[in-house]
Ligand binder design. Structure first.
Ligand SMILES: Cc1cc2nc3c(=O)[nH]c(=O)nc-3n(C[C@H](O)[C@H](O)[C@H](O)COP(=O)(O)OP(=O)(O)OC[C@H]3O[C@@H](n4cnc5c(N)ncnc54)[C@H](O)[C@@H]3O)c2cc1C
Length: 497
């Protein structure tokens, strides 16, 4: 049986392993760390459990599909709930908004906060839905940009009317025209950060992200976000995939003048494979010379997405005014993004995201405590003085929580762990610690992401958040599906077993 190597047990690598194994290939995964999951990771200490990376799950059906492929019943291994409250927003002027799952109720609540807001939200969500239905199948579900994609019915529809993508406004520009209240503009601008982009630069096309959360729903796994990686890894093992942990791959071995690959080098040993799928950040792969093939010109100069600084706090007490997901907005959003993307540093009044999984999973914190994940956006790691920035940010975040959420945490933090662009880079191999590969800060970004397969190298494929269709769990899973279809086609063309 032909054998495929997968480099990296991130969510995309695991999903690719399951899909390719389901086609009948022998599959081995090589992961440099001691546990699978990559950015989807957890940390446990003194009775607390923290999800280190993702906290919001959208499109859980993409996870379930992987169990179905193996003929398994997803709820036996992976259960999740749709959230009634999507997010709790706090603004510096003291106003707050609890966003419910139901879009009509959400629109009504916005109407109570801001004159005319109800109709504006309804109209905006309708536009976002149309955009998602038109552009989603083209940009997210198939190889892109390819001749086939551009000639497809969706490609032609958009080709005839590119304005459907709303590409000429920035996300902020569009939102400013769509909402009369600056708080609601800020709320919808925030969706650009879901793939590490700047709403003042990213095209309004990204407004389709709002549709995912508000119409398709926000979810949370019963056993926390890490259970996605844990259960996919267990599924892969049940299917017969071999997962080699603590196995950093040093090199992808090429043959035939770089036109094909013959295997990988791990721990100084050369291992032969019929094909290789890389889930390693694409910049790291080329720039660390894991692959001795020139990088495609297209996309080389794309700017990186943002990174993050996260404090994981074991906190004494219960705080009923907070929910699972909470946002404490900055006063000056534009300035905050200027600091992040132009000045490459942290802003003194950051938007703070608080995620408290113990609100839903009581065992995530000891009795009488909560587990707080306090995150701010951060620039990629360019050698900034992180120790100093982290110290200052800690004070700024605590102050923000005090002034906006009216909670004084002083003396109540009983445990602390910190992740920052430096540690994210070291642990996951993300280039400079950016969370989503290239940002979408330009109109052409969707057209210049690295493809899942390079025409010139016949049996090498790329998956994961830094290549097409992009980052975030749903897109990583979509990318793994594209790669497995490409491999199925390769098998037919090459007539391999
Ligand atoms: C703090 C944070 C918050 C986030 N929030 C969300 C969210 O709420 N919702 C959401 O959908 N997404 C979120 N994301 C993004 C999401 O986590 C990622 O897009 C996704 O997990 C990326 O998966 P991946 O498989 O592409 O890459 P990774 O998870 O980075 O996996 C790559 C794997 O490759 C391994 N590797 C690297 N080099 C080698 C080598 N040489 N040999 C062997 N193995 C190697 C790494 O160790 C790693 O395990 C967040 C990410 C972070 C960090």
């Amino acid at each position: 049986m032909a054998e495929i190597a997968i480099i990296g047990a991130g969510i995309a690598g695991l999903a690719a392993a399951i899909r390719i194994r389901a086609q009948g290939f022998d599959v081995q995964v090589f992961e440099k760390e001691g546990s699978p999951g990559g950015k989807v990771m957890e940390w446990r200490r003194n009775g607390f459990r923290f999800d280190l990376g993702p906290s919001l799950l959208t499109q859980p059906d993409r996870v379930e599909e992987l169990f179905h492929l193996a003929g398994e019943d997803p709820p036996k291994h992976f259960r999740y709930q749709r959230l009634d409250t999507v997010c709790h927003y706090f603004w510096p002027d003291g106003s707050t908004l609890e966003v419910p799952d139901d879009p009509a109720l959400f629109a009504r609540r916005v109407g109570q906060l801001a004159d005319g807001g109800s109709a504006e939200v309804e109209r905006y969500l309708e536009e976002a839905a149309l955009l998602y239905e038109t552009a989603g199948p083209l940009f997210l579900e198939r190889p892109f940009p390819t001749r086939e994609a551009l000639m497809s019915s969706q490609g032609q529809k958009i080709g005839r009317n590119p304005m459907l993508l709303d590409p000429f406004f920035s996300m902020h520009g569009r939102n400013r025209r769509s909402f009369s209240d600056p708080r609601i503009v800020q709320l919808f601008d925030r969706y650009a950060t879901y793939n590490g982009s700047n709403p003042y630069k990213a095209p309004a096309t990204l407004k389709m992200i709002a549709h995912l959360e508000h119409a398709m729903g926000a979810y949370f796994p019963d056993q926390g976000m890490y259970s996605i990686a844990r259960e996919l890894s267990a599924l892969a093992l049940r299917m017969g995939v071999i997962i080699n942990l603590n196995s950093p791959v040093e090199k992808i071995l090429t043959a035939n003048d770089g036109k094909s690959v013959r295997g990988i080098r791990v721990g100084g040993k050369e291992l032969k494979f019929d094909g290789v799928v890389s889930d390693v950040d694409i910049n790291t792969l080329y720039l660390n010379k894991m692959l001795s093939v020139r990088r495609p010109l297209l996309g080389r100069h794309q700017k990186l997405s943002s990174s993050a600084l996260i404090f994981y706090w074991g906190v004494k007490g219960h705080y009923p005014s907070l929910d699972l997901h909470n946002i404490l907005f900055s006063q000056d959003y534009q300035r905050e993004f200027d600091y992040l993307f132009r000045q490459k540093t942290l802003y003194s009044d950051p938007t703070v995201y608080l995620f408290i999984s113990s609100k839903r999973i009581s065992t995530d914190a000891p009795e009488g405590h909560e587990n707080w994940f306090a995150m701010i956006n951060a620039p990629e790691n360019l050698g900034q003085d992180w120790d100093q920035l982290i110290k200052q940010a800690r004070e700024n975040i605590l102050m923000k929580i005090r002034t906006i959420a009216n909670i004084d945490l002083a003396g109540n933090v009983v445990l602390e762990h910190v992740e920052n662009p430096r540690t994210i880079e070291a642990r996951t191999g993300s280039w400079h610690g950016s969370l989503y590969g290239a940002s979408s800060n330009s109109r052409m970004s969707a057209f210049s992401r690295h493809p899942n397969h390079r025409r010139g190298i016949e049996n090498l494929w790329f998956t994961g958040g830094s290549v097409h269709p992009g980052g975030g769990i749903p897109l990583c899973l979509a990318g793994a599906s594209i790669v497995s279809e490409q491999i199925a086609q390769y098998r037919i063309n090459q007539r391999i077993k």
